[in-house]
Design a protein around this ligand. Sequence first.
Ligand code: HEM
Length: 493
Amino acid sequence: MDGITLSACALAVALAVVVGIDRTRWSKLDYIPSVGPSGHLTSYYGAVRFILHAKHMIRKGYEQNKEGFFKVPMIDRWMVVVSGPRFVDELCKIPDEKLSFDHAMQDILQVKYTFGLEAQEHPYHVQVVREHLKRNFEELFPRIFEEIRLVFDELVPFQEHGWVRVGAYSAAMKATCRASNRVFVGFPICQSPEFEKIQLKFALQVATRATVINIFPKLLRPVIGRLLTNTPSSLRHCMEMLRPIVDERLKKEKFFGNNWPGRPNDMLSWLIDVSSPEDRNLRSIALRILVLNFASLHTSAQSFAHALFNLAAHPQYIEPLREEVKGVVGQYGWTQDSMSQLPKVDSFLKESQRVSCTCLTPVVRKAMEDIIFSDGTRIPAGTHLAMSPTTMSLDDQYYPNPDEFEPFRFYAMHQGAMTKSERFSMRLSALNFGQGKRACPGRSFATTTMTAMMAYLVLNYDMKLEDGVRPPDEWLFVNCSPNRTAEILFKKC
Ligand code: HEM
C-alpha cells in the first residue's frame, strides 16, 4: 500500500469512528421504532434516503405508529415524530422551557453561523408582528391590495385574445415579496428588484448553509460555520438599501419623539418604537427585516404557488370561487374584513395546504430535559421532537378520501356542527402554522394576503396548465417546494 492509499484509509477509518461515536450519543432512543436501518453506521443509509424521500419515510413511520412515536434518521441526529390526538395534545401542553423552539432552531438553522444569535436573544421583531402588524392591518390593507394589483398586472401583461405564460413559482415569490414589504419597508423599496434579490438570496443561503454545516460532526461545525457564513454581506447590502430611510427616521425621532407629522405607519417605524436603546440602530433594524423576510417569504410564496398549481390543474373551481369573490367584493369592496368573508377561497387555500404542504414537520422542539409521556415513553434531553400534521392529514380517519383534492371540504365542515374527529382535522390544519406560544405570529397576515391574491386572480383571470397535469413538486428533506420552472397559462377575463 503506498503512502497516499494508507493515509486515505486512515482518514476513512477515523471518519467512520467519529461518525459512529456521534451516533452512539443517540442510543437512548434505541427503543423507539425507527424508519429504515437503526445501526450506528447503517442508519446513515436511511439519513441519505431521507434527503429525497422524507415524505415516504415519515408516512411509513406513521402508518406503523399512528398513536405513538417513531424516529427518522437525519445526517446529524434522529428526529422523533409524535402522532395521534393523545400525544399531540400532550406535546402541546409541555411548556417552551422544557421543549424549546429556539434551541431546535439553533440546531436546524445553525442560527449562530447563519443569522446570529442576537435576533433570538432580542426578538423584538416577533413582538412587532404579533402586536403592531395585527393592530394596524385593517388600515394597511388598501396599500397591500394596491401592491397586489400592481404586481399581478405587471406579471400577467394584457393580451387581447389568448393566453399568457407565467412562471408560477417566481410570480408567487415576487408578488409575496412586494405585498409584504409594502408593509415592512414601504414604497418604493418594496418594488426594488435589488431589495427582492437580497431577501430571496439571504433566505436560500441560510437554509443551504445550515444544511451543509449540519452534515459535519459537531466538533467541526464552528470551523465550517465561520467559513460559510453569509450574514455580514447580506446584512451590509440590506443596510445600504435601508440607510437613507432609517437614518432619517432615527434623526426625526431624536428631535420630535415618535409622533412627528407624516411618520409612516409601517414595520420600520414599529421596530424603532419597540427596540431597546442598544438595538435602535440601522444594523439591528436591517437584521430584523432580513429575519422577518426569512420567516415569511418562502413559507407564504411556496404555499401560494402550490395553490396556483392546484387551481390551474382543477380549473372547474375557478367559476365558483369567482362568483363568491364577485358577490362579496361587489358589496363590501376590497377590505381586510371582506377577505374574511370568502369561505370558499379560504377552504381552497386550506385544502391546498393539506395536500401540498411546504414543510412536513412545521413543529419541531428540542427537549431541554428528559420528557416522559403518559404511556411511559421517555424522550431524552437533547432530542428533537416533531409533529407532522400533513402526514396525519392523509389518514382517512381524519379526512375522508384523503388523497383526493376536494377544495370545498373545509367549507362543508363549517356548514354544520363539527364532529370530534372533524375538530381534530381542523386542528391539524392550524398546526401548519405551529403551536402554542411559539406559533406563527404572521398567520393572519399570511392568510389574508394569500386570500386577497387568490381573490384578485380568480376575479380577473382564467388559468390552466398546458397539459392539464400538475407539475411534480421538488422535495428536499422535509421541505416541499412547488415546481420552480413550470408555467401556468393566464387569460384576462
Ligand atoms: C403560509 C405562510 C406561513 C406559514 C406556513 C408559516 C409557518 C410558521 C411556522 C410553522 C412557524 C413555527 C411555529 C412553531 O414552531 O410552533 C412560524 C414561525 C414564525 N413565523 Fe410564520 N409562517 C407563515 C407566514 C409568516 C409571515 C407572513 C410572517 C411575518 C409577517 C411570519 C413570521 C413568523 C415568525 C417571526 C416566526 C417565529 C416566531 C417566534 O420566534 O416565536 N410567518 N411560522
